[in-house]
Design a protein around this ligand. Structure first.
Ligand SMILES: [Zn+2]
Length: 249
């Protein structure tokens, strides 16, 4: 019996004016920037305690590192142009450009009208075997978790820590409102689409000591939540943030 051939149209992503995933020029630049960390001065260094969030500014040209300093931990990250908070990260445009997961060399793009690179992910220490269901780390498929999720799905009453509230708290000192929270880039979150096309997640493949680094393509306000949900694995851990300045140490 003949098996019917299923035709899958090619993706248009990266075929036009948008950046192309894994292009040699971007990978070369990312490697050079990542190497420059060794000679840069640390200008900020702090811990985001488990299940909480924090906001911080980086200047154009600076590099910041997010480290799983104690164990596997998903980092939900928002980005704003710190000179114009109306320009923020556009999760879905970035997904259309690169697919559902980011790698070193990929950029995080902003909303219209500017719609341009805000950050470039320049390094990633994760190592992992082929994963169930073709899952990959560094997720652009999921939204942030919120109080109603824990109430509706997990039947938890009372105040439950969640990324939506953590991110709202993280941007409040900068004059931004809870309605300014946008869908994040979920660093270290390991996800895929199942046979029905529905998103699933696995425990994060990150390990203690793993990190990713980003180069700021503009002056930016970064807000990160150490996700209190189950996508990190059975336990919640803190995250370490280090910002490397433009000057040589
Ligand atoms: Zn979360």
């Amino acid at each position: 019996m003949n098996t019917p051939q299923v035709h899958v149209p090619p993706s248009m992503s990266g075929t036009g004016g948008y950046p192309k995933k894994g292009n040699a020029e971007s990978l070369k630049r990312s490697k050079e920037l990542a190497a420059s960390v060794q000679t840069r001065k640390v200008v900020q260094s702090f811990i985001i305690p488990a299940t909480t969030g924090k906001g911080f500014k980086v200047a154009k040209g600076e590099i910041f590192r997010i480290t799983c300093n104690e164990g596997p931990q998903v980092a939900d990250m928002m980005v704003f142009n710190s000179d114009d908070y109306d320009e923020c990260f556009w999760q879905s445009r970035t997904r259309v450009i690169y697919g559902g997961h980011l790698k070193a060399g990929d950029e995080l793009w902003s909303v219209p009208p500017k719609s341009r690179a805000m950050l470039t992910m320049i390094s990633d220490t994760l190592e992992y075997p082929p994963l169930e269901g073709g899952a990959l780390p560094h997720d652009l498929l999921y939204c942030r978790c919120d109080a109603r999720l824990y109430e509706l799905v997990h039947k938890r009453t009372g105040k439950n820590p969640n990324c939506n509230d953590n991110l709202a708290d993280a941007i409040a000192p900068f004059g931004l409102k809870p309605t300014d929270v946008h869908d994040p880039f979920n660093v270290f979150m390991t996800t895929g689409l199942n046979a029905e096309g529905r998103p699933f997640y696995l425990p994060s493949v990150s390990k203690k000591g793993d990190y990713v680094e980003f180069h700021a393509e503009m002056n930016a306000l970064i807000a990160i939540s150490a996700c209190p949900g189950g996508s990190s694995g059975p336990k919640s851990y803190p995250l370490q943030i280090d910002v490397y300045g433009k000057d040589v140490a």
